[in-house]
Design a protein around this ligand. Structure first.
Ligand SMILES: C[S@@+](CC[C@H](N)C(=O)[O-])C[C@H]1O[C@@H](n2cnc3c(N)ncnc32)[C@H](O)[C@@H]1O
Length: 332
């Protein structure tokens, strides 16, 4: 069965020029092993956030010698337990996320995430964008804040906002990280409390990968309202690499489903399957017909976002060798 998926994957690789695997080959890709620590791990091209915190900790605790990307993150996490004063000194906060609070991962996560903050900074850097003092940035669908808390500590001169419909996550994050403006959002637009053109940057990690087609488009329209002209929307979503990831690496997607999604993407279509109201992924969420697993190719995003946006960058599989990363700029 899996051979069939492989064959289709390879066929798509050679036939579909709109799925830009050439770029993918040039881009350093991390394997899915970021959290399970297997030997396939490939570090990100740039690690400005991780390096910033790691180097500061080294200055305080002494020389560490040659250290790989994952080891740096592990070292920072172990310092959180062994020498919390060092962690406080470098501007991070060590917090265990309670079991009943939503979090994408809890492993090596006492200090929040480093990989996604590195990825966001890499996207800004690749495009020559420097955030200025007082710029506002939003983490859309932030859960309990694993990404934004690290970014805020890295760039405290910006105003950071995080929103999510899960009330318990937002409440917990707001109490733990009062320097970030957390607010609960509705599952459908608008973001009522926000004025037009509020943000220079909005990013969303693994959020558009779950919207139905119509909900995805509605939220893109809302992003066009709240992002300033020239501002950026960086989001991740499932593409061709995700099929490979789920069907062949994780072996968690049946071959027939993989084929169906691949065929849909070959035709430039959006493929969506709701989780269903009984799914654990729906805890605290209401709109069960608009939240599930979405897969779409670059061509779909390019044609549907063409009016308000310019695609600055497409990074296939850049999120843990699974989701694609898009960098769109709000047009004037
Ligand atoms: C896979 S998690 C990713 C969380 C976070 N971005 C991260 O990387 O840790 C998806 C998040 O999107 C949130 N979400 C669900 N429906 C949403 C909606 N309609 N608008 C915004 N976020 C939503 C979920 O509550 C959840 O926190």
């Amino acid at each position: 069965m899996l051979t069939t998926v492989s064959a289709t994957f390879i066929r798509l690789k050679t036939v579909d020029s709109h799925i830009n695997l050439h770029d993918h080959d040039k881009d350093p890709i991390m394997s899915d092993s970021h959290y399970d620590n297997s030997s396939e791990f490939v570090p990100p091209k740039q690690a400005s956030v991780t390096d910033y915190f790691f180097d500061r900790s080294v200055k305080l605790v002494g020389k560490q010698g040659e250290t790989g990307y994952q080891e740096k993150i592990k070292t920072l996490n172990s310092l959180a337990t062994s020498t919390p004063e060092v962690i406080a000194e470098i501007g991070l906060k060590s917090v265990e996320i309670p079991e009943d609070i939503h979090a994408v991962t809890r492993e090596n996560n006492l200090l929040g995430d480093f990989y996604c903050p590195d990825m966001i900074m890499e996207c800004l850097d690749d495009n020559g964008i420097q955030l200025r003092e007082n710029d506002r940035a939003l983490d859309f669908g932030c859960s309990s804040g694993r990404v934004i808390r690290t970014l805020q500590a890295f760039a405290p001169h910006l105003s950071w906002y995080g929103c999510d419909p899960r009330a318990t996550s937002i409440k917990w994050a707001g109490e733990m990280f009062p320097e970030i403006n957390f607010f609960r959002s509705n599952e459908r637009p608008p973001l009522k409390t926000l004025h037009d053109s509020t943000f220079r940057l909005v990013y969303a990690i693994s959020v558009w990968s779950h919207f139905s087609r119509s909900r995805a488009l509605d939220w893109f329209n809302e992003m066009a309202r709240i992002i300033q002209h020239g501002g950026l929307l960086i989001f991740t979503t499932h593409g061709l690499r995700s099929i490979h990831h789920f069907a062949e690496v994780k072996c968690s997607m049946p071959a027939t489903k993989a084929e169906e999604r691949l065929q849909s993407m070959r035709h430039g279509d959006y493929h969506f399957m709701p989780y269903g109201s009984s799914s654990p992924s729906m805890v605290e969420l209401e709109s069960n017909k608009d939240w599930g697993l979405a897969f779409a190719p670059r061509s779909w995003y390019e044609s549907n976002l063409s009016g308000n946006w310019k695609l600055l960058q497409f990074k296939p599989g850049r999120l843990l060798a699974n989701q694609d990363v898009y960098v769109f700029q709000r047009l004037k």
